[in-house]
Ligand binder design. Structure first.
Ligand SMILES: [Zn+2]
Length: 171
C-alpha cells in the first residue's frame, strides 16, 4: 500500500473541515503558511494544524517549473498564486518517489484543473453555499492599489503585486 500524503492549500484550511487523516502525512507550502499572520483570522487554526503534525515543505525547482509551464498551456497561469503553484509542485515531488501518493485538497478551480492535467489526485472540501466565501486579490506594494483579480504587475505603476486572500462577508 502506498504511503499517503495530503497537501492542503489555503482554501482547505479556511474551509473549517477537520483535516486529520489517520495514516497520512499532511503537508503545505511556505507560500500557504505566509497567508496566516499572528492576530489574523484563522491563525490559531493554522497553528493548531502545525502542532498536530502539519509540515511545511518547499517544492523542488523542477516541479515548480513544470507546474508553471502546465499553467501557461491551460491558461490558468494568471489565476494561480505562488502558493497554489507550490502546493501542486509538492504533489509532483511526492508522486515522483516510489510508493508514495499525494492528494491535493483544494477548492480552487485552477488548482484542480492543473492537478487533473498532471494526473495528480485532488479533492474539494467546500460544499457550495455552506462555508465562507473568499477570493484572491492583488495589492500593489508600490502605489497601494488593490485589484479584485490576480494581476502579476500593477497596471498603474508597473510594480510586481502581492496576492492575498480576501474573505467576503456572509450574506
Ligand atoms: Zn502600483
Amino acid at each position: 500500500m502506498k504511503k499517503k500524503f495530503f497537501i492542503i492549500d489555503t482554501s482547505a484550511i479556511l474551509s473549517g473541515k477537520p483535516l486529520s487523516f489517520p495514516d497520512a502525512t499532511i503537508i503545505t507550502s511556505p507560500g500557504v503558511s505566509d497567508e496566516f499572520h499572528p492576530g489574523g483570522r484563522d491563525f490559531q487554526r493554522f497553528e493548531l494544524l502545525k502542532e498536530t503534525g502539519l509540515s511545511i515543505q518547499m517544492p523542488t525547482k523542477d516541479s515548480l517549473k513544470m507546474v508553471k509551464q502546465t499553467a501557461q498551456k491551460t491558461g490558468d497561469d494568471r489565476r494561480l498564486s505562488p502558493a497554489d503553484i507550490e502546493i501542486i509542485a509538492l504533489a509532483l515531488d511526492i508522486n515522483r518517489e516510489e510508493g508514495q501518493e499525494a492528494t491535493l485538497l483544494s477548492d480552487d478551480y485552477s488548482v484542480q484543473n492543473i492537478a487533473s492535467t498532471l494526473q495528480i489526485n485532488y479533492q474539494g472540501l467546500v460544499q457550495k453555499g455552506i462555508t465562507k466565501k473568499f477570493k484572491w486579490v492583488s495589492r500593489c506594494p508600490g502605489c497601494g492599489k488593490q485589484f479584485n483579480e490576480i494581476k502579476k504587475i500593477c497596471p498603474i505603476c508597473g510594480t510586481e503585486t502581492k496576492n492575498h486572500l480576501s474573505q467576503k462577508k456572509k450574506l
